[in-house]
Design a protein. Structure first.
Length: 564
């Protein structure tokens, strides 16, 4: 039986009601009221208003995309209907709150919330303003859809930057206070709360102009015949990027250096797990075990507390790396014939076994038990000791550079292509003559090596290591950052680490709601970019095969036509 497609007007109403439910959720959990006084642009609009108005725009745009193609006037009307439906749900909340005391069930359903939703106007006028705002924003969503992809991306980027910079006002001012004259210039852009209106306009124009120019340049480059990039241009870009990376710790300060250290540690682990999962297709849920082996080996060999050895960090590093490689081979041998869920369960068990052994009283004389290992040696170069967040950042940076180079060279090598063949179809790969035993063991060994290097730096950074730091959640985080960045993509590991590890700390402006905002960002990202933020070309083609076959561009996120 053939199902009948609902009319565009019904879809617009349905999406609008869903958007209203999302806006009410953010209102009743307290986010709108909490940020009602937190200005994005001083004296004009607050973060609270952004939170309940953004669903109107997003769901109106989704309505138009799902019902396309439509005539121009119908596009505007569909967006307006969706926006009116969303604001109507919020108006219903305000009306209900005026006749019923909702605070017994929803403590955040306060007069302050109703005031924010009605723009602090009288009841009737405020409700009319709310409905009219939803109508107008829905129509604007239709207008955005009708723009060219370049203009749509330009508006989205410019608006996003204004909101982010206004929201992160306190962090930016705190970081820039040590920059002297430049810091004072940065501070002048902000009011007591949020951006000044003039600086918001300037920032919007500057970001929009840069984005428009970038897209225009990319489009013109795509229309020209492919030419090799000039060597001096490539080296200039690499040199500029290296200079920026070197200057980050003194420019950003201790707080951001700590964030960068954590991101660097997960990048090292992510590059290793990307080989195991992304290249070879071997789902490893106990990856934290190799991280723990590297950290504990470093602790046993360098800590004078245990009394076994007193090696320096650099003397112990080769032994820690060798221990991780052997552990990777040891794990790989019994799981050579396992695939899929069975492999995941066995590797998960291996990770838990390593953690419980480190926690046990049986190995306490050697591994410290619940007390862990303290006084682990830190890396020293001559008479210079690397013992601060800013100094250890450079150790992470060097490690990432070496590991990323190795991973990049391995990807297109003979062994890298063998890994990918096993990932696609192991039976066919074996029939083609690929030795699955040595290929799998090599993947486990290399992945374990990279994770162990991260573990040694982690142990040296804290000068201690504890079993409770090696829990299952670490493996899940590393796996998630690979999925977010793009399975099998080396640049995706960097992007995924920044999103997954740095976002919770950068979202401290959301106070107790930061993990809720963080989760919403991840959900939105996975809905709009299921292949990852920086996917491998083959995986991107697989997920959008139908669209490529039909000659269409893959559906991308709103305002992101270039697919990145």
């Amino acid at each position: 039986m053939q199902t009948q497609t609902p009319s565009p007007w019904k879809q617009a109403t349905r999406y609008g009601l869903i958007g209203g439910a999302v806006a009410i959720l953010m209102s009743l959990v307290g986010m709108v009221a909490t940020f009602g006084q937190r200005y994005i642009v001083s004296g004009i609009f607050t973060m609270g208003q952004v939170m309940f108005l953004t669903p109107i725009l997003i769901f109106a745009y989704m309505t138009i995309r799902r019902t396309a193609p439509q005539p121009i006037n119908k596009v505007i009307l569909l967006g307006a209907l969706s926006g009116l439906s969303t604001s109507g749900v919020m108006a219903a909340l305000v009306l209900t709150g005026q006749f019923l005391n909702l605070r017994a069930m929803f403590p955040n359903a306060s007069p302050e919330l109703y005031g924010i939703l009605t723009f602090n106007q009288e009841s009737a006028l405020g409700l009319l303003l709310l409905l009219g705002t939803g109508l107008v924003i829905g129509g604007i969503a239709g207008g955005i859809y009708l723009l060219s992809p370049r203009m749509r991306s330009t508006l989205l980027q410019a608006t996003t930057w204004v909101v982010l910079v206004g929201l992160l006002r306190d962090l930016i001012v705190t970081v820039s206070y040590r920059w002297g004259f430049l810091g004072n210039a940065v501070k002048a852009l902000f009011a007591i709360s949020g951006l000044t209106p003039l600086s918001a306009v300037i920032l919007f124009i500057l970001v929009g102009a840069v984005q428009y120019w970038r897209l225009e340049r990319k489009q013109s480059a795509a229309s020209r015949p492919t030419t090799n990039q000039k060597p001096y241009t490539r080296w200039l870009k690499l040199g500029g990027s290296a200079l920026i990376l070197i200057l980050l710790p003194p420019v950003l300060g201790i707080f951001f250096s700590e964030i960068l250290d954590n991101v660097g540690m997960y990048i090292l682990m992510g590059l290793g797990l990307n080989i195991v999962v992304g290249f070879a297709g071997l789902l490893d849920l106990g990856y934290v075990a190799f991280f723990a082996i590297g950290a504990y080996t470093m602790g046993v060999l360098t800590s004078p507390e245990l009394g076994f050895f007193s090696l320096t960090y650099w003397e112990a590093l080769p032994f820690a790396m060798l221990a991780c490689v052997l552990a990777g081979i040891f794990l790989g041998l019994p799981v050579l014939k396992m695939r899929g869920d069975y492999l995941a369960i066995v590797t998960l068990g291996f990770g838990e076994i390593v953690r419980l052994l480190a926690l046990s009283d049986w190995l306490r004389p050697w591994l410290g038990g619940t007390q862990g290992i303290q006084r682990i040696a830190q890396p020293r170069i001559g008479d210079f000791l690397l013992n601060t967040q800013q100094e250890l950042y450079y150790l992470f940076l060097i490690g990432i550079g070496i590991v990323a180079f190795i991973a990049w060279r391995l990807k297109d090598s003979r062994i890298g292509r063998a890994w990918m063949a096993l990932r696609e179809d192991e039976d066919v790969a074996m029939a083609m003559g690929i030795n699955h035993v040595s290929t799998k063991l090599m993947a486990f060994a290399v992945g374990a090596l990279f994770s162990g290097v991260a573990g040694t730096i982690f142990a040296a950074k804290l000068t201690s290591v504890y079993p409770h730091s090696m829990n299952f959640l670490v493996s899940i985080n590393v796996l998630c950052l690979i999925i977010i960045g793009g399975m099998g993509s080396i640049p995706g590991v960097f992007v995924g680490s920044l999103v997954l590890i740095a976002s919770p700390d950068l979202l401290r402006e959301f106070a107790e709601f930061r993990y809720l905002a963080y989760g919403a960002l991840l959900v939105a990202m996975m809905l709009t970019k299921p292949e990852g933020l920086w996917p491998e070309a083959r995986r991107k083609l697989e997920l959008h095969e139908d669209e490529f076959d039909s000659g269409q561009e893959p559906l991308m996120a709103m305002g992101n036509p270039d697919g990145r």
